[in-house]
Design a protein around this ligand. Structure first.
Ligand code: SF4
Length: 79
């Protein structure tokens, strides 16, 4: 389970985040490409855009279910 205290600084502010247990597998960027990004210079994927539509929320929730190391959290700050 993702841990808010392990949230990386790469994430944009908001409810969803990736923590530093991420292994950079890329699955989340395939499932929710509008909201996750992996910079090849970084060790972690991150939330590049918080969801603005129901479809984006659904895609992020699906990414949470499919992250192999449970590195995606949904208990970040509400904006
Ligand atoms: S699916 Fe999980 S481990 Fe893979 S890049 Fe995304 S956050 Fe990292």
């Amino acid at each position: 389970m993702a841990n808010l205290s392990k949230r990386t600084s790469l994430n944009v502010a908001g409810k969803y985040y990736v923590d530093f247990t991420c292994i950079c597998c890329g699955i989340c960027t395939l499932i929710a490409p509008l909201n996750f990004f992996i910079n090849l210079n970084e060790e972690y994927g991150y939330i590049c855009k918080q969801p603005e539509t129901k479809e984006e929320i659904k895609a992020i929730e699906e990414a949470i279910q499919n992250c192999p190391v449970e590195a995606i959290g949904s208990d970040g700050e509400e904006l």
